[in-house]
Design a protein around this ligand. Structure first.
Ligand SMILES: O=P(O)(O)OC[C@H]1O[C@](O)(CO)[C@@H](O)[C@@H]1O
Length: 387
């Protein structure tokens, strides 16, 4: 039978002058490369490769070579289709993901004969945030939560995890945080209904950034553990600027241990115990560092998501991968766009790219009038649930 579904809107590109996506390449990436060069004593060959990558991504074409690292077959197929095309003609999601993969190549992350092999290029920035004053304030606030009743505590933890996404270091490369204007869509109650619901599977939390965000996510994970098994899915290796890996999880647990607040130390202990007894299963998957959308999940992950009580997907990039990085009309219902997902899913994200769906038209008019850049400023957040 013919497929009568309407064509999806076009993919967001990086070629339109004045667009946010183009500014990521032309304004943010030059700063990102300069920061990497300042943060590490890279030898001339690595500095030259970083600068050449920047120039290529602004003005050049995609070379045919497959960058080293995992998922060779995936990238070989993608590059067979894209090699020779100007970067400016690439879809935003693909171009960004490929750019970060090329950064790993430029810094010899997968080169076992290089001393830079396995060195997280973003570690200095991640460590600075983990040792910084903002995280201290977050942990003081966490400690004070033990005075509150369970419902209030749960609500506060969900919102801390939501707003933790604002602290993403890629975003902060060129943008100062301008406060928290509001939660545009708040399906938080549905999150807890699903968590407390009858399903027997684990709750899966697909993490996003290290630092303040992962700290808040771990506090949420701890609350979720009261209801059953939890899986925390991390990136398999560094990817976008502050994406959380296994090393970041360990560094975060150490930071929680070292905090003077007793409830924070107790949190670290509970989490370590949960990891040991596998009530908290920590996992990763190559899919999390690819430009594919969740519509094209590998079968194993699709099965696991389908068996979960709820999948909580954190952050802006995961939102783009979940919804499809396309020029959606923001009034398009969230449920229609993600109906394909194999289980119940909740997206928690601060808006840091043009994409939005599930915004009631009247609210949209209000937002566009009150803060025209609400979609990209990180000042607005959303909790959207498909169930
Ligand atoms: O860390 P997050 O919330 O996934 O955000 C990453 C976001 O940063 C950007 O790279 C630039 O803002 C977006 O393209 C991307 O969605």
């Amino acid at each position: 039978m013919a497929d009568l579904r309407p064509e999806p809107p076009p993919r967001i590109g990086i070629d339109r002058p004045g667009s946010f996506s183009r500014s990521c390449f032309h304004e943010r990436h030059p700063v990102l490369i300069a920061n990497l060069i300042a943060d590490h004593p890279y030898p001339p060959r690595i500095r030259a490769r970083l600068e050449a990558l920047l120039a290529e991504s602004l003005d050049g074409t995609v070379p045919p070579e497959v960058p080293p690292g995992p998922n060779q077959a995936f990238w070989a197929a993608e590059l067979a289709a894209c090699a020779g095309r100007p970067w400016s003609a690439l879809p935003y999601l693909w171009a960004e993901s490929y750019f970060y993969r090329r950064l790993l190549d430029a810094t010899e992350y997968f080169d076992t004969e290089s001393p830079w092999c396995g060195v997280d290029l973003f570690a200095p920035q991640k460590h600075a945030q983990l040792a910084g004053p903002e995280i201290r304030a977050d942990l003081d606030a966490y400690a004070a939560l033990s005075e509150r009743d369970r419902t209030e505590r749960r609500q506060a933890l969900l919102h801390a995890s939501l707003w933790g996404n604002q602290a993403d270091l890629g975003f902060r490369t060129t943008t100062d945080i301008a406060g928290r204007s509001g939660v545009v869509v708040d399906d938080g109650a549905a999150v807890w209904d699903l968590v407390d619901g009858p399903g027997g599977g684990p709750v899966i939390v697909v993490a996003d950034n290290a630092g303040r965000e992962l700290t808040a996510d771990l506090a949420l994970v701890d609350a979720l553990l009261e209801t059953g098994v939890v899986e925390l899915h991390l990136k398999p290796h560094p990817y976008f600027v502050s994406d959380a890996t296994g090393n970041d999880l360990l560094a975060t647990l150490d930071a929680l241990d070292a905090d003077p607040n007793k409830p924070v130390q107790a949190l670290a202990q509970r989490l370590r115990e949960a990891i040991r007894d596998e009530s908290l299963r920590v996992r990763t998957h190559g899919f999390y560092a690819l430009p594919s959308t969740y519509r094209h999940l590998p079968p194993g992950l699709a099965r696991d998501y389908g068996a979960a009580r709820l999948v909580i997907v954190k952050g802006d990039l995961n939102y783009r991968r979940l919804v499809g990085d396309r020029e959606w009309d923001p009034a398009t219902p969230f449920g229609d766009v993600v109906a394909y997902f194999p289980g119940d899913v909740a997206a928690l994200r601060t808006a840091k790219s043009d994409l939005a769906v599930g915004i009631p038209p009247a609210r949209l008019t209000e937002l566009d009038n009150a803060s025209p850049d609400w979609r990209i400023s990180g000042t607005h957040a959303m909790i959207q649930v498909l169930h």
